[in-house]
Design a protein around this ligand. Structure first.
Ligand code: EPU
Length: 292
């Protein structure tokens, strides 16, 4: 039997990935799967691992640059109902990996549950956000995660508590495991206040970042004690271009893509930025986006 057969949602082949990402560029996935439930996902992950086929989860595609030659493995989307559940129980919320982060943050803060206001303006799914401990100057998601259910390449499901998840700056111990769901601990608070805070943070982001343009958010992590955006700006790189990729005038840590851009333009521009910042300031910039 073909290792790809027997799934309730048939696995597609040779699927363009660009339109599934915010950059809207890049090649195709060899396979694309949208598992119907956890046991189908578990079977897929196990079979891919046995076959030595690479597997990646694609959330909202907000932090990903897919290379022009695509991804030679299985791309998994957790956008079926089984992964989209949200259960609110007092101040505790269990949320599926495929849930849209910003919609959840808006809903909960408008309902007076405080803790996710800092996610205003951060696109992505819960799974992607938890894995990289998404956040900004107002806080990060790891601050409110109590535990996570994770699936490993052997198909084993484990619940990891906050300590084991080891959240750091845009990093956690999750690695290549698949996030199934997360348990969040929020605080019941004044509804008008949490709502105001969410809207205020959202407004600050739209004012300082090119969020309506095609990008993957901040390209580089902030180096310890410094701001990548400020360094790139000070190096005079705003507006610099490689093909269809350009350093944003609004925020220098964003590389925006014209409709004509290739993924290789973005990657070349990122390389050029890192080189210039190294030469000018002796600072090594580390990529924050995922390049597939
Ligand atoms: N700055 C400049 N020029 C620029 C951009 C920034 O001088 O072109 C200066 C700002 O004036 C400020 C400092 O650099 O003094 C820091 O900038 P900002 O407040 O915009 O925050 P950031 O550190 O660049 C971080 C996260 C963002 C997050 C914001 C807001 C990283 C790499 N970036 O940006 O996250 O949205 O805080 O909370 O940690 C992302 O992860 O994709 C992302 C955009």
């Amino acid at each position: 039997m073909d290792w790809l057969s027997g799934f309730a949602n048939p696995i597609e082949r040779d699927v363009p990935l660009g339109d599934l990402t915010w950059y809207r560029i890049g090649g195709r996935a060899r396979y694309l799967s949208r598992p119907d439930n956890e046991s189908e996902l578990e079977r897929l992950v196990r079979r891919a691992s046995e076959q030595g086929v690479d597997l990646k989860i694609l959330g909202r595609g907000a932090n990903v640059l897919v290379r022009d030659n695509g991804f030679n493995g299985v791309v998994v989307r957790l956008d079926t109902p089984a992964f989209q559940r949200t259960e609110v129980n007092g101040e505790r919320v269990r949320v599926g990996a495929g849930v849209d982060l910003m919609r959840l943050a808006k809903r909960l803060s408008h309902d007076g549950l405080s803790g996710l206001e800092c996610m205003a303006g951060i696109p992505g799914t819960i799974g992607g956000a938890v894995r990289m401990n998404a956040g900004g100057q107002f806080g990060c998601i790891g601050d409110v995660v109590e535990r996570c259910r994770l699936l490993d390449a052997n198909g084993v499901i484990e619940t990891w508590s906050k300590d084991r998840l080891a959240f750091g700056y845009r990093i956690s111990a999750i690695g290549d495991r698949v996030v199934l769901s997360a348990d969040l601990r929020l605080r019941r608070s004044d509804r008008a206040e949490t709502r105001r805070r969410f809207e205020e943070i959202f407004a600050a982001k739209t004012a300082s970042q090119p969020i309506s343009e095609r990008s993957a958010g901040c390209v580089f992590k902030n180096p310890p004690g410094a701001s990548a955006g400020a360094l790139i700006d000070a190096a005079g790189l705003k507006g610099s271009r490689c093909g269809g990729a350009v350093v944003s005038q609004r925020h220098a840590n964003f590389i925006c893509a014209d409709p004509s851009a290739k993924a290789s333009d973005v990657e070349r521009l990122a390389g050029m930025i890192a080189k210039r910042v190294r030469a000018e300031y002796g600072t090594e910039l580390e990529l924050e986006i995922d390049i597939w």
